[in-house]
Design a protein around this ligand. Structure first.
Ligand code: ATP
Ligand code: MG
Length: 422
């Protein structure tokens, strides 16, 4: 129906009640898995100083160059709606002192903002669940984090998402490699698009991240950073691979995987689905051993990932997964004016934890109330009329199935429904 009201901002979407059960399901499963690995939630502000992202994500990245929601607040300070969660995590960790106490394992969930071209799987406000661990340099942690993301996807029934792996080495190894890459790209400059030609001067590694098929073809034959790793990074990568092999997690090494942010070092990984069209990456992460220091903290190795909830939910929808919650189990139809409806509804909620019950309020004939019961999506109408009141029972009417209509004592109803309600 065409609406005459004010429309939402392009690329900013609502999650309507019929979609939220899958979101809740995904969020609950992911949270359980994170807790199972000792991660604790951190809740971060949506707005940060612009400087934070410039210094972490990298000046010459799509995000910082053209995707940030940056504006001056009323005091003339430049602030930005967070395009990702890692920078804020590091900022909060340094500011609170927490980063340098032990080996914190943090997770967060919430909206991120990037001014991209909206399309399927690409929004301007989107949601991520992310996690970071600080203070551990060992390759075991890289493997464990990947195993954890594998467990999340498995727990959600998504076993056709593929794991891609690469190593970006150290900044020093990357600097040496950059010269070789630039020389190669200069020889093929005519096949690059404008964006990539510009990147050639500023940040040639970023060209691997180009979504342009022509450019991708040039990059396929480019010298590989993976072949130019420093010894320690190569060994680190070998260990990660061996641990994944041992755990039976399949992966593909993709030397073109560079990720869209500059702060990554060593291991990077992505979980990719073929069912999402061009926007196939559901979950992505990697090490960022230099970032804490870069943002003013003490040198602290770190690793993290972020998972895009819109893309994940699209996959769950496509698989026909069941969500959490949903419409009420029952709608309570009452003899109006008796004042008994609310009291009975409270008793039922006490007796049946998890029951989703909507009680009729205000005037309305039985017929009108039953129509509302139907419209709210409830499976059953519970009818409390004068007769039921007199006999201390309730009529249960199946609005969707074959069960028809039955009269039950309250205890009977509770006993019958206790198993049915999850
Ligand atoms: P892409 O290459 O798809 O643009 P990215 O490398 O920019 O992704 P990250 O910054 O690593 O993505 O974010 C991690 C995850 O967040 C992505 O794998 C994806 O699932 C999700 N994501 C990123 N940008 C968007 C967006 N604009 N809309 C919806 N989901 C997004
Ligand atoms: Mg992107």
């Amino acid at each position: 129906m065409a609406s005459k009201g004010i429309q939402s901002v392009r690329g900013f979407c609502d999650v309507l009640p019929e979609q939220s059960p899958l979101w809740q399901h995904a969020e609950a499963v992911i949270r359980d898995v994170l807790e199972g690995y000792g991660y604790r939630e951190i809740r971060l502000p949506v707005l940060e100083r612009t400087e934070l992202f410039r210094r972490s994500i990298g000046e010459v990245t799509d995000i910082v160059e053209k995707e940030m929601y940056t504006f001056e607040d009323r005091n003339g300070e430049s602030v930005t709606l967070r395009p990702e969660g890692t920078a804020g995590c590091v900022r909060a960790g340094i500011e609170s002192g927490m980063l340098h106490q032990g080996e914190p394992r943090l997770w967060y969930m919430g909206p991120m903002f990037r001014h991209e071209r909206p399309q399927k799987g690409r929004l301007r406000q989107f949601h991520q669940v992310g996690a970071e661990v600080f203070g551990v340099a060992a390759a075991e942690l890289d493997a464990e984090m990947i195993l954890m993301t594998a467990r999340m996807l498995r727990a959600l029934g998504l076993d056709d998402v593929r794991l891609q792996l690469n190593s970006l080495g150290t900044p020093e190894a990357r600097a040496a490699y950059r010269e070789r890459l630039t020389a190669y790209l200069r020889r093929h400059e005519d096949r690059l698009d404008d964006d990539s030609r510009r990147r050639l001067e500023t940040n040639p590694l970023r060209i691997f991240d180009s979504k342009d098929p022509g450019v991708q073809a040039v990059m396929a034959d480019a010298p590989r950073l993976l072949d130019a790793l420093d010894e320690a990074s190569a060994e680190h990568f070998e260990t990660v691979r061996a641990l994944l092999d041992r755990a039976g997690v399949a992966y593909e090494v993709n030397p073109a995987l560079v990720r869209g942010l500059d702060y990554y070092t060593r291991t990077v990984f992505e979980w990719v689905s073929d069912r999402l069209g061009a926007q196939g990456t559901v979950c992505a992460g990697g090490r960022f051993d230099g970032l804490v220091e870069q943002l003013g903290g003490r040198p602290t190795p770190a690793i993290g990932f972020a998972l895009g909830l819109e893309r994940l939910v699209a996959l769950l929808e496509d698989s026909g997964a069941a969500g959490r919650g949903g419409p009420p189990h029952a709608y309570l139809v009452v003899a109006t004016g008796s004042g008994e409806g609310l009291a009975l509804a409270e008793r039922l909620r006490d007796a049946l934890p998890g029951l989703r019950l909507q009680c009729h309020t205000g005037p309305g004939s039985f017929k009108a109330q039953l129509k509302r019961a139907d419209r709210c999506g409830a499976r059953f109408a519970l009818i409390l009329g004068d007769e039921e009141l007199a006999e201390d029972c309730i009529t249960v009417k199946d609005l969707r199935g074959e069960a028809g209509q039955r009269r039950l004592g309250l205890d009977e109803l509770v006993a019958e429904w206790a198993d049915w309600i999850d």
